[in-house]
Design a protein around this ligand. Structure first.
Ligand code: ATP
Ligand SMILES: Nc1ccn([C@H]2C[C@H](O)[C@@H](COP(=O)(O)O)O2)c(=O)n1
Length: 364
């Protein structure tokens, strides 16, 4: 076998091992990036120095060695001989060095492109990460309504209770063919889990433990969307350990290569500050309470508008007043006040904002 063919064989043979190692490198860069804020490229480049040198020596040995002739320059010839010897040594150790070199390059490239960004702090894993299935990987299994997009599009929707975030987010997800994550559902599952376990909802450590143990099956409970689970959610959501435990899953979802739609309270400010489009949906407390009352009445629940209004106000105050990730618009969010808009009008207004962004990006 020629040197080139042997080299190709070695690369293909070690590709699976390099993939596994590279994925670990990408995850570690993603975790450090979240902790320190530096870019994936800045964190990844130093990791390429040693594998770069070893890789160059290996490549020289595998692909150039046979063809190498004297250049007539003594210093250069000595240098190349040294490189050749180093490559030979690396070849001897190739069981270690080839997957290491390939894996490092693959891992840094994956981290820069945003793959494998999940840090794995809770039992939840984003399906894009090769782990457990995502909450809603596709918009109800539909393709987008004929919208073809080039490049990532993450849409962050935030706003107070009953503002219409979920209604809008689901329609945008279907329209643009993006996966959707209702982040409130995560906090609802933790609140419900904490109540079921009989722990004190104001105990941050105990609630944090429930969040760490959360698995996707806990999200299947249809009653989580109810009013009571919302109140429990709002209480446990104020605890830093709870938010920290749910952080990696949400960030990984937002960082999917194609993008995603997420709705919640801190998507534009904390979870996906790099989102391409951020919308802060709001409406007056009276309008929101009216919508919620009508929604519950339509389900046959006897509800009192004044009580719902008081609860909406109390939830707003708790969500906006907490010290971690409070409800507030990101500085670059578009405000969408739907007090005077029906669902279709709110959807059209959001699409206008998003389409304007897309056409600007495409140079249109
Ligand atoms: N623009 C709108 N006009 C009229 N009704 C609306 C509008 N947007 C949403 N609704 C209705 O208001 C109710 C609350 O909407 P939705 O559940 O989407 O709000 P949300 O912000 O996701 O609430 P939560 O904070 O509980 O997650 C639903 O009954 C929905 O159909
Ligand atoms: N990103 C999020 C999402 C939700 N919460 C908390 C605060 C809410 O009152 C509660 C329920 O959310 P909903 O389902 O009504 O959107 O969960 C949060 O703190 N951060």
């Amino acid at each position: 076998m020629s040197g080139g063919a042997a080299g190709l064989f070695v690369l293909v043979f070690f590709a699976p091992l390099a993939f596994v190692y590279g994925r670990a490198v990408a995850r570690s860069i993603a975790a450090r990036r979240r902790a320190g804020g530096a870019s994936a490229l800045a964190l990844g480049l130093p990791k390429l120095v040693l594998p770069g040198l070893v890789g160059a020596a290996l490549a020289y040995r595998l692909f150039v060695h046979d063809a190498a002739r004297s250049t007539g320059w003594r210093v250069l010839d000595t240098g190349l001989a040294l490189v050749d010897t180093l490559g030979g040594l690396a070849l001897i150790l190739f069981f270690l060095s080839v997957p290491f070199v390939m894996g490092r390059f693959f891992g840094v490239a994956a981290a820069v492109l945003g793959y494998f960004a999940g840090g794995g702090s809770s039992g939840l894993r984003d399906g894009a990460d090769g782990g457990m299935p995502a909450v809603s990987p596709k918009a109800g299994g539909e393709e987008g309504d004929g919208v073809i997009m080039a490049g990532k599009l993450t849409i962050a929707i935030d706003g107070p209770a009953a503002a219409g975030k979920g209604t809008l987010a689901r329609r945008l997800s279907a329209h643009y063919g993006l996966p959707y994550l209702d982040t409130g559902l995560l906090y609802r599952a933790v609140g419900r889990g904490a109540a079921a376990a009989g722990i004190d909802l104001d105990d941050p450590v105990a609630a944090g433990r429930i969040a760490l143990a959360l698995t996707p099956s806990a999200l299947d409970d249809g009653t989580l969307r109810g009013h009571e689970a919302g109140e429990l959610a709002s209480r446990v959501a104020a605890h830093p350990p709870v938010r920290a435990a749910l952080d990696a899953f949400q960030r990984a979802f937002a960082a999917r290569p194609e993008g995603a739609v997420l709705d919640g309270r801190d998507i534009g400010t904390v979870i996906a500050p790099e989102a391409e489009v951020k919308i802060f949906v709001t409406a007056s407390p009276e309008v929101r309470a009216r919508r919620r009352t009508d929604e519950l009445a339509a389900k046959g629940r006897g509800v009192d508008y004044e009580r719902i209004l008081a609860e909406v106000r109390a939830r707003d105050a708790r969500d906006a007043g907490r010290s971690v990730a409070p409800l507030k618009p990101a500085p670059d969010a578009h405000l969408l006040d739907t007090s005077e808009m029906d669902i279709d009008a709110a959807f059209r207004a959001a699409c206008e904002l998003i389409d304007r962004f897309l056409s600007g990006r495409n140079g249109g």
